[in-house]
Design a protein around this ligand. Sequence first.
Ligand code: ZN
Length: 189
Amino acid sequence: MILNVIKCGHPTLREKGKRVERVTPEVRQLAGDMIETMYAANGVGLAAQQVGRTLMLAVIDIRNSEQPSELWRDNQQQDIPSQMPLVLLNPRITASEGEQTGEEGCLSVPEISAAIRRAARVRVEAQDLDGQPFCIEATGLLARAIQHELDHLNGILFLDRMDAATRASFEGKIKKLQKQTRAALKAKQ
Ligand code: ZN
């Protein structure tokens, strides 16, 4: 089922996700729906906050991007398509190194994209949909997508990572979007 993606100005986007203690059928269903929603929106990642759920759950699929990435799972380099979509439960970045700057957008902040500085390589510990812990390392776009989605799980938006001048240049657009979101929320109540 395709879920509604909430937009900037919605308070849930600023909430930290709760740990997923047990992989229930509901959690599996939510992960499946999030993957479907991400594909429908042509996104490369989606966090539970973006569909209005405050859980430590994110999905990623970068296989159709031309931007390069590398992925290691339990220290073995992987063929990227074989690992997509990636479902991350309770993910944590346990190490990061280097620096990369690249263009980012967000399904919750339409019509805005900007160059964001991120770590070049990250190591992530998470659980899969069987509740099994695993460890991955990623570079390139995948590392960027992981950092973007993990920010969402902690209530952080890519807007918060822009340099001050870039952020200021989008201030009018952001304010307008927040206003629209709040008006739509109010109308629903
Ligand atoms: Zn986003």
